[in-house]
Design a binder for this molecule. Structure first.
Ligand SMILES: [Zn+2]
Length: 67
């Protein structure tokens, strides 16, 4: 996974750390969350809430969303 960086006015696509979907950083449907200085974007509010409960678990790959 590449590290997202701050880029005002520019949008790109990054992977949702929870479900792996591509998310447009210029208009993330689930908003964004900061963890240890990096910004993560989400496809929906559910993924953001899940990530904020256990960011380390999702970033390490130990956890994934249950469909
Ligand atoms: Zn998601």
């Amino acid at each position: 996974m590449k590290i997202p960086f701050l880029s005002v006015g520019k949008s790109e696509t990054v992977g949702d750390p929870v479900c792996g979907m591509d998310v447009d950083t210029g208009n993330p449907p689930g908003g964004a969350s900061t963890h240890k200085g990096s910004i993560y974007y989400f496809c929906g509010p559910g993924c953001r809430v899940a990530f904020e409960k256990d960011p380390v678990g999702y970033l390490s790959g130990e956890k994934s969303i249950e469909m």
